[in-house]
Ligand binder design. Structure first.
Ligand code: FMN
Ligand code: SF4
Ligand code: SF4
Length: 291
């Protein structure tokens, strides 16, 4: 239950306005915690973030853990610049990414919105080269197995229903042709078209019962991607590895991911090598409806 210290509360009312569950109420004497709604507190921390006198307290949270706000926000155009300059990177220097840089990325990504706090996101950071090298071949093997299974009459029908028409169509139009190319490039030039030789893979996952696990993981991974680019790293969202780890329990265990967790996103990270982008790429939503 949240609490209010009457001695220090200046009755500004900020906590009553900010709480998404309207747990604080004005009374004749001041501000009180609603007995009915108090137990609904989700520890989102907003009331403690607005209270001018630190009069409000929430179980499990302490003011020492609340970071100071930045003194200034980035100028309006900075985010647009970052967004325009980010590209999916498919050439990486082999240099490892220092641990403190990876920790900084996680710290920034942890600020992403989460369905109902506390977040359900868990992250596994894979830097071990031996294990990284196993991801590409395992992803290809998994897709070849799926390709064969889709051709088996009853099993194929069931899988098509489960995977949905968009994925089944993508299997034929670009996923399997990409797998063919990946196998050839690996054989002929030792190029790994799945991990692109990235020295780090970050996997975002959540416990099956975790509320909004998929949404939370995807938003956090996107924050991590932009944070990494702002620190001079390159990244690439990776559907092959995401799919491999989502469906292959043994690989989850091998990669140190809790076996029962659901994997929702995988990101490649590393210092970029290869071609320099000389211009941004035109991008627009397929449609925007103004109502
Ligand atoms: C859900 C998703 C899955 C992706 N999977 C892969 C992948 O497996 N391999 C890869 O090289 N790129 C992958 N990408 C990167 C996209 O191909 C890339 O974002 C797109 O071509 C646009 O390029 P840009 O990121 O430079 O704007 C993926 C992107 C998303 C959003
Ligand atoms: S932590 Fe969030 S949900 Fe709990 S009382 Fe404060 S504002 Fe309301
Ligand atoms: S925000 Fe703090 S000072 Fe303001 S009413 Fe709530 S408890 Fe009192």
């Amino acid at each position: 239950m949240p609490k209010i210290d009457d001695a220090t509360c200046v009755r500004c009312g900020s906590c009553t306005e900010v709480c998404p569950l309207r747990i604080y109420v004005r009374t004749g004497e001041g501000i009180a915690v609603s007995a009915e709604r108090g137990p609904l507190c989700r520890q989102c921390g907003h009331c403690m973030a607005v209270c001018p006198t630190q009069a409000v307290s929430v179980e499990g949270l302490s003011y020492e853990g609340f970071p100071a706000l930045p003194e200034r926000l980035p100028p309006a155009d900075e985010f647009a610049r970052l967004s325009l300059a980010r590209r999916s990177i498919r050439h990486y220097r082999p240099d490892p990414v220092p641990r403190d840089v990876l920790e900084r990325i996680l710290e920034v990504a942890a600020q992403a919105p989460a369905g109902v706090p506390p977040t359900t996101v868990e992250v596994t950071v894979i830097c071990d080269r031996e294990r990284l090298a196993e991801l590409g071949p395992a992803a290809i093997k998994q897709l070849r197995r799926l390709q064969r299974a889709l051709r088996v009459p009853l099993l194929g029908w069931l899988l098509r229903r489960q995977l949905g028409p968009a994925f089944v169509s993508a299997m034929g139009s670009f996923i399997m042709p990409m797998v063919d190319t990946a196998e050839r490039l690996w054989r002929e030039q030792s190029v790994d078209m799945i991990t692109w030789g990235a020295p780090v893979v970050m996997v975002f996952h959540s416990a099956p019962a975790g509320f909004c696990g998929q949404e939370n993981c995807i938003i956090a991974a996107n924050h991590a991607m932009l944070a990494a680019h702002s620190l001079g790293l390159g990244t690439c969202w990776n559907g092959f590895i995401g799919g491999l780890l989502a469906y292959d329990r043994a690989m989850r265990v091998r990669m140190g991911i809790p076996a029962s967790n659901k994997v929702h996103a995988a990101l490649l990270l590393g210092y970029p090598a290869g071609p320099t982008y000389r211009r941004a790429v035109p991008r627009a939503f397929r449609a925007v409806q103004w109502v």
